[in-house]
Ligand binder design. Structure first.
Ligand code: FES
Length: 102
């Protein structure tokens, strides 16, 4: 929210139609119609961590080409956070759920 964000994205207007999604188990405010990456980066500042050096990842292209924004749904399906719109109550995670590790 304006004035309270410590993420990488900042809203340029008041957030309307507020909903809640869950990122790594944490309630995360989102705005109906925005992408998952916008909501997650605004509140958390990262999507996951590099498998090489553990550095935080935050997506790269923001247009569906690099897949650096991959997140997992509870059913084990991967989504590209920059190409997926938030839905009320949506749950996403940086790591695959148990039983869906790759
Ligand atoms: S940030 Fe590149 S595919 Fe989403």
């Amino acid at each position: 929210m304006p004035g309270q964000s410590f993420g990488q994205f900042l809203p340029v207007h008041e957030i309307r139609s507020a909903i809640t999604i869950y990122f790594n188990g944490q309630a995360t405010p989102a705005c109906a119609g925005e992408t998952v990456i916008a909501a997650v980066l605004r509140s958390h500042g990262y999507l996951g961590f590099s498998e090489f050096d553990g550095a935080p990842r935050a997506g790269f292209c923001l247009m569906g080409a690099c897949q650096d924004c991959s997140l997992w749904l509870p059913n084990g399906r991967r989504i590209r956070a920059c190409m997926t719109a938030v839905e009320p109550g949506m749950t996403v995670a940086s790591r695959p759920p148990l039983g869906h590790e790759q």
